[in-house]
Design a protein around this ligand. Structure first.
Ligand SMILES: [Mn+2]
Length: 313
């Protein structure tokens, strides 16, 4: 029986029917090529979250009071294809419940399933991909569900915007849309990238955040640390602006590869997750201040949800 709640929050804030937010852990590490360990990511993230203070100074909010339901982890592991299929199905089921769905990986291949679910749910979806790597290979090591292929499908099916890129294979250039790609070496000398990236977004935005986008000096615990990455406050500035100007419909965070002697990466991931929720809900009044039924105030503004009633899940 699962008794654990996200960040150790009280049970009243962790029930599915009363939570606006759902967190799905996906401890999967089937296709990573260098350092293994992303399967331990969700556990380390949850442990760090329990040790984090839950009042956010910047937004003057306690977002956990919106309700955060910790879903059962997706542990399908038979093949990358089956894992992606299961993630897709589970994510879709919670979107259909009108929840703000968030996913913590695991390696980046899980995002193939999450993005597919969000793209089926929302019109004209932008996928904001924050990562050191382009991840645009159509297939890699015999699978289209490899971590190196994380956003190939998104590049074909959605408005894909890539930020922080500093490592790729020449073959990926044939797929990459250079107008919608923000390379790290350009971002560092030109801070107009934030406004430019946001201008290219449609209203509905899903964020897939690979933690190796950060500079390894602030986040060393990831499978493939690449020098020259994002720093904390510029990342928050950008995210804050995206959440303010766009309808962020959900996000995933991937590639935490925890190390027993290095807890600051786990804590950064925990804080990033909570910051993103704080930005999402900072302007929402808690139901208590209006006294409506929780049921009504609990509805998210998923006005562009395009699932049909007859969908099987
Ligand atoms: Mn990456």
């Amino acid at each position: 029986m699962k008794t654990k709640t996200y960040a150790g929050i009280a049970g009243q804030y962790a029930k599915l029917d009363q939570s606006k937010i759902v967190l799905i852990p996906v401890p999967y590490d089937g296709t990573s090529t260098w350092q293994k360990g992303a399967d331990k990511g969700p556990e380390a993230f949850l442990e760090a979250s329990e040790n984090m203070e839950l009042y956010d100074i910047e937004t003057n909010s306690e977002v956990y009071k919106e309700g955060i339901y910790l879903a059962n982890a997706v542990t399908e592991n038979d093949s990358p294809e089956k894992m992606v299929e299961t993630v897709h199905k589970v994510v879709k089921s919670y979107i259909k419940k009108n929840k703000f769905v968030t996913i913590f990986g695991g390696e980046h291949s899980i995002s193939i399933g999450t993005i597919r679910a969000f793209n089926e749910a929302f019109n004209n979806l932008t996928v904001l991909h924050i990562d050191a790597h382009a991840d645009l290979r159509k297939s890699y090591e015999g699978s289209t569900c490899n971590h190196a292929c994380a956003v190939y499908e998104a590049s074909q099916e959605t408005n894909l915007i890539q930020v922080g890129i500093r490592s790729m294979d020449a073959i990926e250039k044939s797929v990459m849309d250079l107008d919608k790609t923000y390379f790290a070496h350009e971002m560092v000398i030109d801070d107009t990238w934030m406004d430019s990236a946001i201008e290219q977004m449609t209203e509905n935005v899903f964020i897939t955040f690979d933690l190796d986008a950060f500079d390894p000096s602030i986040l060393p615990s990831t499978g493939t640390p690449e020098p020259g990455g994002l720093f904390w406050y510029e990342t928050l500035d950008f995210l804050k602006q995206v959440f303010k100007e766009k309808n962020v419909v959900g996000f995933d965070i991937v590639e935490l590869c925890p190390h027993v002697n290095e807890k600051s990466s786990d804590f950064l991931a925990a804080k990033l997750y909570y910051k993103m929720l704080s930005y999402k809900f900072q302007n929402e009044e808690l139901e208590a201040s209006y006294g409506d039924t929780f049921e009504e105030s609990n509805r998210l503004n998923h006005n562009n949800l395009k699932f049909k009633e007859e969908d099987e899940y």
